[in-house]
Write a protein that binds this ligand. Sequence first.
Ligand code: ASP
Length: 241
Amino acid sequence: MPNDQSASASPARVCILYTGGTIGMRKTPDGYLPAPGYLAAQMTVLNEFNNPALPEYEIIEFEPLLDSSNMRPDDWLKIAGCIQEQYAHYDGFVVVHGTDTMAYSASALAFLLEGLGKPVILTGSQIPLCEVRNDAVENLVTALLIAGHYPVPEVCLYFGGKLLRGCRSVKVNASGLSAFDSPNYPPLGTAGIDLVMNWSAITPPPGEGTALHIAENCRPMVAVLKLFPGIAPWMVESFLR
Ligand code: ASP
């Protein structure tokens, strides 16, 4: 059991928004591919996902299931809209997502979901749940426990034992199981023998009565210009054009 005094009492209800990614992919002759219903079907038969220590959960599967390298700002709005629609019915949300752009989606959701008072935890895996050796079970089980039992009012990313602030997270490893980090902010929690929350690093909850609001004025016409020593004015000019 978590040793943290701030864990809230059961029963809790968590909504899983399944957007796609490796975690729910099926092995095919053409490689791993997302297959509708496949993640839910596996969770139904695996003991880990039928343990009474978990919060109650329901899965909303997106259509189509996406490889996250194909995600666009419209998809972030779709996830945010779904959270807003379901907000009153659940204590927390787990967004199941591919790892390639998970940190981007976590950042976007952190800025889209204004007045958030419940946990929104993005997770996925490097190895699909259908493989005997995988990181999917641990990532998904721990994300569910945090979303259901810990009142973290933030968009977070849970992966490889670390709960990170969503808008500070970055993918740091394409092949290891500790694939994410937040180099400029401490983890919001760690999952070792115990689940330990770093409450002093976690945003305080919004004031009572604050409603969730989606900041929909998100414009896709944004690009990143990295400044480096020796960058020439013509490079900046042509980028701005
Ligand atoms: N390409 C996949 C995706 O980002 C890989 C993954 O899930 O990690 O959806």
